[in-house]
Design a protein around this ligand. Sequence first.
Ligand code: AMP
Length: 302
Amino acid sequence: MSLLVVGSVAFDCLESPYGKVERALGGAATYFAVAASFFTPVNLVGIVGDDFTEVDARIFHGRTIDLEGLERAEGKTFFWSGVYSQNLNERTTRVTDLNVFANFKPKLPEKYRSSKYVFLANIAPDLQRDVLEQVKVRPKLAALDTMNYWIERTPTELRETLRHIDILVINDAETRQLSSEHNLLRAARHIFKMGPSSLVVKRGEYGAMLVDKQGVFCVPAFPLEEPHDPTGAGDSFAGGFMGYLAAAGRTTDLYLRRAMVYGSVMGSFTVESFGLDRLRKLKRNEIHARARHFAKLTQFKL
Ligand code: AMP
């Protein structure tokens, strides 16, 4: 089943202890769409400026990513700059320039309006809601990601959007910030009162945790000797997670758990290189091989 995503398409300036890239193609929707397209067709809603060239667009070509919803406007593409700490666990944002996103009024192509799976990737919460409202019938699954930038600047709009969401997919720092709770289980209880019935907490090198009415499920991060750049790992996780669910057409506990593993698999590939470099070269058989590796990694007898 096809999957709808709205979110940033961006140019990023990335700096980690492993190096610096001045201008890499990025954006939450870009990572998400590329990762999810290994599992299912993706319809992408977003906007780019006139500095976004045909060469940049090649990341989407040859994949099942529909670009009718990707608007081109006069002006500059969203720009973000971030720097990582020595152990890659902390990130500081240096610059966020919304550019063409500042006045974006998305109009969903007709064929996107019956989407059953919707992912509202990181972008302004009122924009996320606008897209969700244009989907005619309530989707089978609507999930949302956000970050400190929006939690701090647009808390009211974010609260309103969260009321319409099934699964919130955010990192541990954002979970604590949004709920004002340090403990993640208490944070989950708090977040359930805001609308979502499930919470997926992305915890970087410590893996990810799903909390819902069935209980708690944890998946590790894939142990890597040389992670290079965590940018986009969260969006790639979400792409693997939602892509797997949309392809399966099922959202029972068994499928949610498998989706967590495929999310962790996709995130682990992204951190291996800067920007989208690893996802560009990725082959489907590598995804399944790594998923099998995850099964071995977590298997034990009682
Ligand atoms: P992640 O590392 O998965 O949290 O996502 C990184 C991507 O998010 C980068 O490629 C950025 O372009 C994008 N990004 C950073 N800040 C924002 C923001 N405030 N809104 C939307 N996208 C953002």
